[in-house]
Every structure is written in structure tokens, then in C-alpha cells.
Design a protein around this ligand. Structure first.
Ligand code: SF4
Ligand code: MG
Length: 293
């Protein structure tokens, strides 16, 4: 199916791709995939107006399950690619998707610097608390003592306190959703795309094949939407994000629009109306090459 090139508004069908989904029955990827398409359509974006960057993982296979400019990169490296693309062309909205395995282990350095740099991109964490693509290996977000394929006697390490860690980096946008709540994920993603800087969106995702602890039913029972919460209250937002033992707060937990993003802080870019890609000039370097031979 090709991309429709006309002036009418986008539709879900515009993002349709004929490739068959290969996710397991009941996988949270189906809900997130749908919410992303809805958020793009409701943001009035056509497939040719957005860049979608995917890390390696089950979620990464979304890269050929919808249309749009898509990139499927190396494990743990989605943030630097997405940030580089955005800084080169600030006119294009950029979303980066990563799993909990990649983002909180081999890619954790990129997550740290993505947040502290406040790159103007949306980062969506597919958080199923394990490495699903490699058949149920424990990740740093798997619950301690859980028996996984890579830890048949139970995961020995303690679980990384991911939200406490994220808040320690002074983020400017933090939200949490659940793969079983498509309307809420859609609302969160739309707000994240509008955010001035780096938007961190934690989507708790069911993985019925390998995650038998934080199941769809477990999440359904515990997740609740925050109401009347002051999203500028950093301390309260951190408390809501971290305290997940009995109930799990979902929605936009924290937002600070007062901080300039990375590009706005780049002195040579200030006052420029053009993007870097628009300033690329072809240079004839053949003379240089002749001097070398
Ligand atoms: Fe989804 Fe888990 Fe199956 Fe991967 S292994 S497709 S995350 S259910
Ligand atoms: Mg995972």
C-alpha cells in the first residue's frame, strides 16, 4: 500500500501496512501500535510528516507494521539516532521507541544523556519487564527472584528503580500508560509530541508469553488514571511514579515547559529560520582527491 499524497486529513488507514503482525496473541504491542497510529492521526500528521525510530526488540518489529519514515537501528542506540535526526531537521516530529532491556542496560547511557540534554523528541518505553525477543531473558526491570529463561532459579539482582532513576535526571516530561488503555495512551502520546523537550513515556506492556508476574490482568487491576494532579509538582510526581506497590498511577505525571530544549541552547542556531538539512551545500571535492593521488 502506498502513501496517499493529497491535501485531506490523515486517517488510520493511511498508516496501514500490509505486513502481517507476528506478535504473540495478547501482546501489548498491539495496543501500543494502535495508540501510536491514533495519536499521529489526531495530531494531524500524515506518514510522510513523521520519523519513527525503533530499537531492537519485539516492539522494534513495529517498524514494518505501519507507514511513515521509519528507522530500525542497533540495540540500545535508538536515542542518539533519533536525536541526531531531529536536530538535523527540526520541522519533523520524531518519536523513538525502545524496550526496557535495551533502554535500561546497554542503552542506559543514551537515556541519561537524552534526558539531561533535553533533546526535543518523544521517547516511548515498551516496558514489558523482560527481553521478549530473546525468549524471556531477565532485564534490569524484571522483578527480583522471578524465574526467567536466563535465570531459572530466579533473577538474583534487585530490580532497577526505573522511575526513581528517571526523576533523578531532572526530566521535563514524564508520563505512564498501560498497553490495555488505548485512549489514554493516545492522549499521553499526543501531549508528549507537543512537549517542548525530551518526553519520557513509560508504557507498561503485557507480555503473556514471558512475563507471568506483571500480566495484563495485574496491570488492569492496579493502574488508575491520575485526576486533578498538579503536573508541575516535581516532588508529588516523583512519589506517584515511584509508589507502585498497591496501585499504579498513570497519565501525565510531570511536565516542565520552562526549560529550553537542546537546540534552543545552541548559540550558532539561534535566529536561524532554516534547518541544518536545508543548509547542506554540495561541494566539489574532486580537486582535493586529485591532489591525493
Ligand atoms: Fe509480545 Fe512478549 Fe510475544 Fe514479544 S514475546 S511478541 S513482547 S508477547
Ligand atoms: Mg522488554
Amino acid at each position: 500500500m502506498g502513501i496517499k499524497l493529497d491535501s485531506s486529513g490523515p486517517s488510520m488507514q493511511d498508516f496501514h501496512c500490509g505486513n502481517k503482525c507476528t506478535w504473540c496473541d495478547g501482546c501489548g504491542d498491539y495496543g501500543i501500535w494502535t495508540a501510536v497510529k491514533r495519536a499521529l492521526v489526531e495530531s494531524n500528521l500524515h506518514p510522510w510528516q513523521v520519523l519513527l525510530c525503533y530499537d531492537v526488540g519485539c516492539h522494534g518489529n513495529t517498524s514494518d507494521k505501519l507507514l511513515g519514515y521509519r528507522f530500525h537501528g542497533l540495540h540500545g542506540r535508538v536515542i542518539p539516532f533519533a536525536a541526531g535526526a531531529k536536530l538535523a531537521n527540526m520541522k519533523v516530529p520524531v518519536l523513538a521507541f525502545g524496550g526496557d532491556g535495551a533502554s535500561f542496560s546497554e542503552g542506559i547511557g543514551h537515556l541519561v544523556h537524552g534526558i539531561r540534554s533535553n533533546y526535543p523528541i518523544t521517547f516511548v518505553l515498551h516496558n514489558n519487564a523482560n527481553y521478549g525477543l530473546t525468549t524471556g531473558q531477565a532485564s534490569s526491570l524484571t522483578w527480583q527472584d522471578q524465574k526467567m529463561n536466563s535465570a531459572p532459579n530466579g533473577m538474583p539482582e534487585h530490580t532497577l528503580a526505573s522511575m526513581d532513576f528517571i526523576f533523578s535526571l531532572e526530566p521535563t516530561f514524564v508520563a505512564r500508560g498501560f498497553s490495555g488503555n488505548i485512549p489514554q495512551m493516545t492522549t499521553i502520546l499526543k501531549a508528549a509530541m507537543q512537549h517542548r523537550g525530551f518526553a519520557f513515556v513509560d508504557l507498561l506492556q503485557a507480555c503473556p508469553t514471558y512475563n507471568h508476574f506483571a500480566t495484563h490482568d495485574y496491570l488492569l487491576e492496579r493502574c488508575y488514571e491520575v485526576e486533578g494532579h498538579d503536573t508541575s509538582d516535581f516532588k508529588k510526581a516523583r512519589e506517584l511514579a515511584v509508589n507502585t506497590h498497591d496501585k499504579i498511577a498513570t497519565g501525565i505525571l510531570y511536565q516542565n515547559e520552562s526549560q529550553p530544549h537542546f537546540y534552543e541552547r545552541l548559540v550558532p542556531r539561534q535566529g536561524k529560520a532554516t534547518t541544518l538539512v536545508e543548509e547542506v551545500v554540495k561541494q566539489d571535492v574532486s580537486g582535493l582527491m586529485e591532489k591525493l593521488v
